[in-house]
Design a protein. Structure first.
Length: 247
């Protein structure tokens, strides 16, 4: 039987966002890419809390599996790996962080996310999808990626995304910086060449993780799995990266 990969999407995306990577991986892996609470088919599932999401993933995943996550999904993947270190064979994080270490800064972010959640609830999903596409960290995405991502965002609802911000946002979840040393499985941190902010975060994380490497994908931005799915699949699948610069 093919080994299992559990793939966690980012905020405003759905499990369908992993389709290009899964297509590249072919039959080598059994991919599980669920819609996380607050998103897509799970837009109306409540409560949208870390505990509830980890429970969903616990019930979906087999006894042993590889785990990958992008952005918000990467943060959740870290929580899942810490909750089940004996089950996660390896961990791949794309444009992800362990959260905000400083409590005051984390509270400021929580308040900002609460304000954005309120604005979301007063918007249509089309309006918010267009607004979110202008987020600075997502700048420079090719037109084809922008169109695909917009269609994916329209699968969610404003209310669901607002609940996800309140329950799973960077300000809502505890920082994991002081727990990175607990992760003994191999960890690969993928970042795009244009994503300078998360390159720095990845280097800091690699210093704290016992068995980590950073892979910088040439020409890509924050969403490497969308901008360069073939190269992302090679790394997620554990194969040698092609046209990728290792740390």
């Amino acid at each position: 039987m093919a080994p299992t990969l559990v793939l966690l999407h980012g905020f405003t995306h759905t499990g369908a966002s992993w389709a290009p990577v899964l297509a590249e991986l072919g039959e080598r892996y059994r991919g599980i890419a669920p819609d996380l609470r607050g998103h897509g088919a799970a837009s109306d599932r409540e409560p949208v809390t870390l505990e509830a999401v980890l429970g969903d993933l616990d019930s979906l995943a087999p006894e042993r599996f590889g785990l990958a996550g992008y952005s918000m999904g990467g943060r959740l993947a870290l929580h899942l790996a810490l909750a089940h270190p004996d089950r996660v064979e390896r961990l791949v994080l794309i444009g992800a962080s362990p959260g905000i270490a400083d409590r005051a800064e984390r509270e400021d972010r929580r308040q900002a996310d609460e304000e954005l959640a309120g604005e979301l609830e007063r918007s249509s999903i089309e309006e918010f999808a267009d607004r979110w596409a202008t987020t600075p960290v997502l700048a420079g995405q090719p037109a084809k990626v922008l169109a695909t991502v917009r269609a994916d965002r329209l699968r969610s609802s404003p209310g669901g995304l607002a609940r996800a911000l309140r329950g799973l946002g960077t300000g809502a979840l505890p920082s994991l910086w002081d727990r990175l040393s607990e992760l003994q499985m191999p960890v690969t941190l993928i970042v795009g060449e244009r994503d300078l902010k998360f390159q720095e975060i990845a280097e800091q994380m690699a210093y704290e993780l016992p068995r980590a490497k950073v892979v910088v994908v040439a020409g890509a931005g924050h969403a490497v799995h969308l901008e360069a799915p073939g190269r992302a699949a090679e790394v997620v699948g554990g194969g040698p990266p092609r046209s990728v610069e290792p740390r």
